[in-house]
Structures are given as C-alpha cells and as structure tokens.
Write a protein that binds this ligand. Sequence first.
Ligand code: SF4
Ligand code: SF4
Length: 166
Amino acid sequence: MNEERLTFFGYFRNIYTAVKSSAIGMWITFRYVWGKKPVTIEYPEVREVLPENTRSRLYNDVLNCISCNMCAISCPVDCIYISSVPRPKDLDIPKCDDGTPKRQVLTQYVIDTALCCYCGLCTTVCPTECLTHTEDYEFSQYEVEDMKYDYLTDDLIAWRDRLVKA
Ligand code: SF4
Ligand code: SF4
C-alpha cells in the first residue's frame, strides 16, 4: 500500500518538477530575449558594416608595386608568390605614386588566399603601401586551387577597379 502511495505522489512530483524547471528555463530565455535588438541580418540584401581596420581579401595595386619581395619574406605561411625581372637599361624607370622608382618589372604576383591567415604582416612592411586589406569577404570558390589570385590578370584588375570606384 505504502509503495503504491509513493508511486502515486512520485508521479505528480515529477510533473511538478518538470513544469517548474521548464518555467525557470523559459523565464531565463525571456529575460535575455525581451527588448534586445535582433543580431541577425537578412544577408545578402542587408550587409554588415565592417570596421575600418577589417583585414579581409588582400588587394595589391600592382601599378605601385616595386617587386621588393618584403611582403613575401614577412608572410608566416609563405603564400605570396612574386616574380620579377630587371628593367632593361635602355628603358626609362617609371615611378610609383609616392616617387619610388620601379627598377624591376613585376611578372607574377599571386596570393594563395586559401593559406592566408589575414595576419596583416605583408601590408605592414610594404614600403609603397600598395598592398592593403579590403573589406571584401565574398570570394569563396568551389575548388581550393581557385583561391590563388594572380593580381596581374584582367579579372583581378577589374575587381580592383570596381573596389576603387565603390
Ligand atoms: S595577411 Fe599574413 S598570411 Fe596573409 S598574405 Fe599577408 S602576411 Fe601572408
Ligand atoms: S612589399 Fe609591397 S612593393 Fe614590395 S613586393 Fe610586396 S606588394 Fe610589392
């Protein structure tokens, strides 16, 4: 008989405990949700305004690059590939916007963004400040090989021009 009473009261105690703990949980949730602004946005219609010092996709204004290799040397993951040749002696030496002479002809400037950790070291050491981080974060690819960007190709130059106009 006693065992039967215990089972009977235990049944209702369990229901009481379940309802009580659910109410406490809902109250905690309610306190954190009520009156708070939503933290989600309707991407891609709405886009986050990123901070000015955002370090996203790298942009090399190759017209102002002197092929000094400083960026590649400073890169901790060796993901910058540069090639250049000396400018023929009989040709005039052009200058960057800041007046630095361009004694080398840049023949390759590739960054493997699949390896890049966006540390910013390469942009810090660049003497002509032609290498900068942008706020562009929409450059995913289906193949990891396609994450290598050659800054001398037409599509990268077009991307750079779009970015400058924006
Ligand atoms: S941001 Fe860092 S990891 Fe990326 S290319 Fe520059 S130095 Fe290398
Ligand atoms: S550090 Fe700047 S100027 Fe030198 S190779 Fe790199 S991007 Fe060009």
